[in-house]
Design a protein around this ligand. Structure first.
Ligand code: EPZ
Length: 417
């Protein structure tokens, strides 16, 4: 099994090109199920989860073609298999996103219920409840969601909790429903906005994406379109924190600064210099940072997908700070691994108190989930000596060529098989 070997201590310097966003590309790929015409996508990142989603769509009947310019074209003219089997859903929860579009276009869908996840139980009850409010008949049998309807009906849906993929699933379903749907307490994440923009390019009638009230006027059919996926704000944030911790100067290009305001302001609070342009963010740091309190919450608040990275940063910063996780009930798996590197962290409930230490020491650690693995990479970049990160397949799910990009910035990092 692959592992990463990192020799810490090198300040990072130079430019890093940000890839397309995993969490925007995944729902946008499933939008191809909504139309019989081709959807041509650019800036789709090369990631394990993207390959899994393309395999699932291919299994359902979508014709997938890749050209030499990294464009992915998806043609959903015929979808003989209106199902997402357990084998595919178990490796990637986002497979639930085929439920809304398949049901809306074909009046039936059979999707394996996602199982538990390292970071939390992550139920999909709000996805199901929303579709039922639109008139779907849904049964859960043998671990599968069986959904049927003549045609989905517009409805007013007040979401009990803010859910990103829940909002995305219902927005796609409502695009082909009969009548108007209003989603209240909707997710405001930039990835939801990116999906809405792609759906509008396909002919959907959507207002209010980016706010907590989204209105969708259903149409009879959607047409093909060309769309470029947004930049990955979590990959961007991860590289900015890497530069801040190692005491470097890095410019992230092909980025979208307006999707990272909460992260940028926390980096400035920690003492890093951050400047932004239209599609770039530059950070300059001497590595002597101040520990900062963070509390995760739905966008535009501080993103949970950056929590682990900031915990690594606080572990080597001046003073102490609290890290509070309000979205997922089990997203502190990286704490024990950071302690193996010499970090001083106390956890009580959903809050971790991190007291900065002068130095981390390299050791063998284990990745437990995607963002936890990014946290361990950051810790390895500043730890004395060698750090080995096992189970690095977690990282490949969400970071495109990370060791190559870090090496270009001056890091000593390599993959071992
Ligand atoms: C999306 O997951 C992202 N994944 C996650 O990124 C991200 O952490 C999360 O949003 C929060 O920002 C993708 O976009 C593919 P939620 P999602 O539904 O949609 C509860 C990464 O690292 N909930 O917004 O699955 C749920 O348990 C990944 O890239 C219900 O109770 O998250 C959680 O506590 C990890 N019932 C909270 O809501 C539901 O039906 C928010 O989850 C749905 C959610």
């Amino acid at each position: 099994m692959d592992a990463l070997l990192i020799h810490g201590g090198n300040p990072l310097a130079g430019e890093v090109r940000i890839s397309g966003a995993k969490n925007a590309a995944l729902p946008i790929l499933t939008a191809s199920l909504l139309s019989a015409e081709p959807l041509k996508l650019g800036n789709v990142p090369h990631l394990k989860d993207i390959s899994t989603m393309l395999a699932l769509l291919g299994h359902m009947g979508v014709r997938v073609t890749l050209d030499d310019k990294n464009h992915v074209t998806l043609s959903g003219e015929s979808i003989p298999h209106k199902e997402a089997p357990y084998e595919m859903v178990k490796t990637m929860r986002a497979a639930i996103l085929v439920l809304g579009p398949t049901l809306a276009r074909f009046g039936e869908a059979r999707v394996s219920l996602p199982g538990g996840c390292a970071i939390g139980s992550r139920p999909v009850d709000l996805h199901i409840k929303g579709l039922q409010a639109m008139g779907a008949d849904i049964n859960i049998e043998h671990g599968y969601i069986h959904a049927r309807c003549k045609r989905l009906q517009g409805a007013r849906i007040v979401m009990d909790m803010v859910t990103v993929t829940g909002t995305e699933n219902l927005m796609m379903a409502a695009a082909l429903a009969d009548g108007t749907t209003v989603l209240e307490n909707a997710a405001r994440e930039p990835e939801v906005v990116d999906l809405a923009r792609c759906l509008i390019a396909m002919g959907a009638k959507i207002e209010g994406a980016g706010s907590d009230v989204i209105t969708i006027h259903g149409v009879d059919s959607l047409h093909g379109a060309e769309y470029a996926v947004m930049a990955d704000r979590i990959e961007t944030g991860t590289f900015l924190v890497a530069a801040a911790m190692t005491g470097g100067r890095v410019r992230a290009t092909h980025a979208q600064p307006d999707t990272l305001e909460a992260v940028i302001s926390k980096l400035r609070e920690a003492g890093a210099q951050v400047s932004v342009g239209e599609d770039w963010i530059e950070i300059d740091s001497d590595g002597k940072l101040k520990a900062v309190d963070v509390r995760t919450a739905p966008h535009p608040a501080f993103p949970t997908d950056m929590q682990a990275q900031f915990m690594a940063m606080n572990a080597v910063s001046e003073g102490a700070a609290s890290v509070t996780e309000t979205i997922f009930e089990n997203r502190f798996m990286h704490v024990q691994e950071l302690r193996r590197l010499g970090a001083n962290i106390e956890v009580s409930g959903h809050t971790a108190l991190v007291r900065g230490v002068p130095r981390l020491d390299g050791a063998i650690v284990m990745a437990t989930d995607l963002r936890a693995s990014a946290c361990l990479v950051l810790a390895g970049l500043v730890a004395a000596g060698e750090t080995t990160i096992e189970r690095i397949y977690h990282l490949d799910r969400g970071y495109e060529r990370i060791e190559e990009k870090l090496t270009q910035l001056g890091a000593r990092i390599k993959r071992v098989h």
